[in-house]
Design a protein around this ligand. Structure first.
Ligand SMILES: [Zn+2]
Length: 400
């Protein structure tokens, strides 16, 4: 016998998709997560979990199985979603369902994953294993605040991990991955580049140093020379994007300063240090040709291209769980965006798989949606995963 998303006992009492609609109807922009946090806290309490919030506002529900030690399993997702924006043809908080598709802000990022996680937690905490036996270990649900804002130091998961508040043997990070377990993600580096020149009268540019022209040389060199490394895991190359540029005061003054914001997406294997060194090397190459070039690079945001081995128990158990529920064998994939999994993996040393229903290409758009059946499938996969991870024989899953 297998699990079903009955949600009979404990908190949710509904299918994962029905719960998702409730979640969508509660607005939860970054910085305004309280109402949703209280709603989810109520669900977790009903399941019999120990519920608390940390000083950063992150919400936790904890449940311990058995007396003996066992692995600590973390389900992490974020409470906030991006602002609504324009262009919606359906109410962004109406949670309309049509032809098995649920629409709304947060439908796939992150509330589809959250509904699946809560349903799985509800099942595992309130139902005995269908094949008998018992569970051992600790389950933690974490609803993080401020995932959708920059810089990293403003994010709830980053703060909690840096404070040592999050400890686990393995984790799932809830994001829209089309229900494919992802074992790595894009890194995201944000730079501010500044060029310093010398002002002079617009009629005598030869007496000044034009910071805007120097910036133009730098940006062209970066565009032409920056490595965009291919990643099999992501099925993509890394990127470089010049997002903004500004400089100068007035048309008849040689500009003294220019600024540009440059974003790089790194693939697993590339590091933050390596990325900065590459930028400096390219800029220094320009300086060899233009000796009076004076530039500085500030790192405005740093996110690593985190990756874990496919042999990690988290990765293996998720593959097995997808297979058990769907009959499909998932290929190794990476998440083509940057998620809180980074902080869990690189700062918290917690092997983390990114997983959830819905397509990343729908996230942050005015047509955000998710298929109800995919939310139910994700709930079953996560239930299966928790069941496998929390078996007494899984004691060897604990990190030494
Ligand atoms: Zn997200």
């Amino acid at each position: 016998m297998k699990y079903e998303n009955s949600g009979q006992a404990g908190g949710c009492g509904k299918s994962a998709a029905a719960l998702l609609k409730e979640l969508i109807r509660i607005r939860s922009m970054s910085g305004e997560e309280n109402e949703l946090a209280e709603f989810v806290a109520g669900k977790l309490e009903n399941m019999g979990m120990k519920v608390y919030r940390d000083r950063h506002g992150n919400l936790y529900g904890e449940y311990s199985f058995g007396d003996a030690e066992g692995p600590v399993i973390l389900l992490n997702t974020h409470l906030d979603n991006v602002p609504v924006g324009d262009g919606w043809e359906r109410g962004p908080f109406a949670a309309e369902e049509e032809d098995g598709v649920i629409w709304g802000r947060g439908a796939c990022d992150p509330k589809g994953a959250m509904a699946a996680m809560l349903t799985a937690v509800d099942t595992v905490v309130t139902q005995r294993p269908p094949e008998g036996g018992r569970r051992q270990g600790k389950l933690i649900f974490m609803g993080a605040v401020a995932e959708e804002i920059s810089p990293p130091s403003a994010k709830g998961t980053w703060k909690a991990v840096k404070d040592g508040l999050v400890k686990a043997d393995m984790a799932i990070c809830g994001e829209p991955t089309d229900n494919i377990p992802c074992i790595g993600e894009f890194g995201k580096m944000e730079y501010e580049i500044i060029t310093h020149g010398k002002p002079s009268h617009g009629s005598a540019p030869e007496k000044g140093i034009n910071a805007v022209i120097h910036m133009a040389h730098l940006l062209i060199a970066l565009e032409e020379q920056a490595e965009r490394r291919w990643s099999d895991l992501l099925g993509r190359k890394g990127t470089l994007n010049v997002g903004t540029i500004s400089g100068g005061v007035q048309i008849n003054i040689v500009p003294e300063t220019a600024r540009a914001q440059v974003e790089r997406r790194l693939v697993p294997g590339q590091t933050a240090e390596g990325s900065l060194a590459e930028l400096r090397r390219i800029c220094d190459g320009v300086k060899e040709k233009i000796p009076e070039l004076n530039y500085e690079i500030n790192v405005a945001g740093e996110g690593n291209a985190a990756v874990i081995s496919r042999e990690e128990p988290a990765a293996r158990l998720m593959r097995e769980s997808v297979e058990a529920v769907t009959g499909r064998t998932p290929a190794d994939r990476g998440f083509v965006a940057h998620a809180d999994a980074d902080w869990l993996i690189t700062c918290g040393n917690i092997p983390t798989v990114i997983y959830g229903p819905g397509a990343l290409s729908d996230a942050h758009t005015s047509h955000e949606k998710v298929r109800a059946a995919d939310v139910e499938e994700a709930a079953l996969v996560l239930t299966e995963f928790l069941d496998r991870a929390l078996r007494p024989a899984a004691g060897d899953l604990m990190k030494s």
